[in-house]
Design a protein around this ligand. Structure first.
Ligand code: ADP
Ligand code: MG
Length: 703
């Protein structure tokens, strides 16, 4: 609880309280979300630069900037162009046993005379630190191009040179020099930083204190100190995350469902009989796991992992039908309109002739229709509502929503998952993903949840051959397959579905292909900007064989299911991420016909080459996900929605797995001993927890 002494703590003071920070600088800092002294201290460097004195050339290889200390012997201005001014000095550097030339390239400024200032500061006899780039031959530095210089007798120069210095993200009006000096000022002004961690934890884990850690992260005196500080602060982030998860999952785990399910077979049996195929053993096992959870007295939180094409949709439908059989409603949320629409048809197909009422809710559903759906969902006339983010809106109400299924869940954040789940009493949730993630990451992203895995593909899948190809060769294969009665996708990278430029390029390509390469074939275009109805119509026609070639943007990346399609040509494949490519490839090879994924690409970076090579080498989604994590890191792979959930700045979920485990253990112990976190030693932690996660995640209830 915030007592008045807490409010007056130096951390809560405005940054203007610091020497050298006026309203203007405070305004600029606010753009970096730094408003209080506490915010400032938590504005961690994005990198560190080793600016300890550089040994004489030839002694050790130099990396990064050259840093020398010496006395100016001679200084002069050199005639140069209008755009640059040149200033040159000869510096005697005792530790190098000689002199070195230093050059300043300066852009003239209207506000003051740069050269005048340099002349004043760099005059013969002056003792200076120089930071710059070396123009060097193998054994001797000929010249240093100065980037910064400091007078040795400047009392603050030891913040900027002769040490490891912090590198911060900057913004207009905030220079590196100002930020370093202000940071030092803040550390000094605050003195002993109030300890957010319980002292018992600090002792048990032998961490640095908060003061030591903050000093060490901004101004480390050695690599070792830097790493120790980073670990302690990373742990802090992870502890807060795990506390949030333990609390949240405890809420779900301890909640009691006020209803039960019985397997009545009213819908499930006809569904199984009309499927047209046998469920795989993996599907049966997973459905059993889900039903057992649903029949338990606590709400289910289960993650279903299964590679692209492993048949997750059928499992989702079975889950929704168990609710429907018992007279309850279910919601099925997908990240894109195309996918939501596709699920809608799939349900219509599998449930035809059964008395299950379904409806679609996306932002493109016309107003009239939408109002009808809303009214019917609210009174329970609809059993299963499918949709996109549109389902989350406040006016979407249910009579008795009891189960929520979220497809391709990595596109949604915690807050979104929670929003849907809170449209009724404690209820069951199934989240599905084709991007398998390591156990530690799953823990960090979901707290505790149960994982089911579809580790078996439906039978009769033909292999997908993946290779790089020239455009001509790829189109030849398209024509050959179409002749056999098959269908093909040609996908263009669109980074922004809303970008006019990208769209125009795709449209132009479509015209070109229709009129030349695929003249005589039935070709159509689909992209995210098409009106929902048109898009649905194109997809439906393609699915029923009405087009031979579908030119598409990555809107078809997830979920689209057309078993007769056997070719996927990906144009500029080097512009796609690995997971996207794997998802795209998953659109083909679904109907038992040999299939071809052709990557038209000119990968320039080693990373792009590696992506393309990995895709050609393996079809195993788990290996691809692993590789993707290595190449891009969890932030990128999991998408911004989830990354934004975590508020991790120093912790890395891949490399700090050990810290994550400790944090988990400590979070459970703390909440066991003091569930509301109200003991004096825990209050600071409680406040930071609420500040960080309360709003972001939608309510963390501390008893
Ligand atoms: P994903 O796991 O990628 O969502 P889908 O649910 O879209 O996969 O399933 C891919 C295809 O496999 C669909 O055409 C679906 O009808 C089909 N399918 C699912 N289960 C089976 C099965 N047991 N036997 C044969 N085909 C199946
Ligand atoms: Mg799917």
């Amino acid at each position: 609880m915030a007592s008045s002494t807490v409010e007056k703590s130096p951390l809560a003071q405005s940054v203007q309280f610091l020497r050298g920070v006026g309203p203007q600088r405070a305004g600029a800092l606010a753009r970096l979300e730094v408003k209080t002294v506490g915010d400032l201290l938590r504005y961690y460097p994005r990198a560190w630069e080793d600016r300890r004195e550089t040994p004489a050339p030839g002694v050790a290889p130099t990396q990064g900037p050259v840093v020398v200390r010496g006395r100016v012997v001679r200084a002069r201005q050199i005639p140069a162009g209008i755009r640059v001014a040149l200033f040159r000095a000869t510096l005697s550097v005792p530790s190098w046993g000689g002199t070195v030339e230093v050059v300043w390239f300066k852009r003239p400024s209207r506000r003051y005379d740069v050269l005048e200032k340099l002349k004043e500061e760099v005059k013969p006899g002056a003792d200076l630190w120089i930071v710059g780039k070396a123009e060097a031959t193998l054994l001797r530095v000929r010249e240093i191009h100065a980037e910064e210089h400091y007078a040795i007798d400047d009392p603050r120069c030891d913040l900027h040179v002769g040490r490891i210095v912090p590198v911060y993200s900057l913004t207009e009006g905030i220079t590196a020099r100002f930020l370093r000096e202000t940071m030092a000022e803040a550390l000094k002004a605050v003195g002993a930083v109030p300890e957010p961690l319980p002292p018992a934890v600090v002792r048990k884990r032998t961490f640095l204190t908060a003061s030591q850690a903050l000093a060490g992260i901004h101004f480390p005196r050695s690599q070792a100190e830097h790493e120790e500080a980073r670990r302690r602060l990373a742990y802090e982030e992870l502890l807060l995350l795990e506390l949030a998860w333990v609390l949240k999952s405890r809420q779900t785990r301890e909640a009691l469902k006020s209803y039960g399910y019985e397997i009545r077979r009213r819908f499930l049996t006809p569904f199984r009989e009309h499927l047209g195929f046998e469920l795989t053993a993996a599907q049966k096992r997973v459905i059993n796991e889900i039903f057992a959870d649903m029949q338990g007295q606590h709400p289910m939180t289960r993650l279903l992992q299964g590679d692209v094409g492993s048949g997750k949709t059928v499992v989702a439908i079975a889950t929704l039908l168990l609710a429907a059989e018992n007279g309850y409603q279910g919601a099925f949320m997908a990240p894109t309109e195309i996918l939501a629409e596709q699920h809608h048809w799939t349900l219509a197909k599998f449930l035809s002739g059964m008395d299950v009422r379904t409806a679609l809710l996306t932002s493109r559903v016309p107003k009239r229709e939408r109002e009808k759906v809303l009214a019917e969902a609210a009174v329970g006339k609809i059993d299963i509502v499918l949709g996109t983010h549109a389902l989350l809106e406040g006016d979407v109400q249910f009579k008795n929503l009891r189960v929520v299924v979220i497809d391709e869940q990595h596109r949604f954040g915690v807050r979104q998952r929670t929003t849907l789940r809170r449209k009724g009493p404690p209820m069951d949730m199934l989240v599905m993903t084709a991007t398998p993630i390591p156990r530690t990451l799953a823990l960090a992203l979901y707290g505790d949840l149960h994982v089911s895995t579809l580790d078996e593909m439906p039978p009769g899948r033909a292999p997908v051959h993946t290779s790089r190809a020239g455009e001509g060769e790829a189109f030849e294969i398209v024509r050959r397959e179409v002749k056999k009665g098959r269908q093909a996708y040609v996908v263009y990278p669109i980074i922004e579905e809303s970008s006019r430029l990208d769209l125009k390029a795709a449209e132009a390509e479509f015209s070109r292909l229709r009129d030349s390469e695929f003249a005589g074939l039935r070709v159509e275009l689909v992209h995210g900007q098409l009106p929902g109805k048109k898009k649905a119509q194109v997809m439906e026609t393609f699915a029923s064989g009405g087009y031979d070639v579908l030119v598409a943007t990555p809107v078809i990346e997830v979920g689209v299911d057309v078993p007769n399609a056997t070719v996927m040509v990906v144009q500029n494949a080097d512009r796609f991420g690995l997971a996207s490519l794997h998802q795209l490839r998953g659109r083909i090879g679904r109907g038992g016909h040999e299939s071809f994924c052709l990557l038209v690409a000119d990968p320039k970076t080693p990373e792009a080459q590696r992506r393309i090579a990995s895709l050609c080498e393996t079809a195993d989604g788990f290996r691809i996900a692993e590789e993707d994590l290595k190449l891009r890191g969890p932030g990128e792979v999991l998408g911004t929605a989830q990354h934004g959930d975590l508020t991790l700045r120093l912790a890395n979920l891949l490399t700090d797995a050990d810290l994550l485990a400790l944090a988990r253990e400590d979070a459970e112990e703390l909440l066991e001993a003091d569930p509301p976190l109200q003991q004096p030693d825990h209050v600071a932690l409680r406040e930071r927890l609420l500040a960080l996660y309360q709003r972001r995640w939608h309510a963390i209830d501390l008893a």
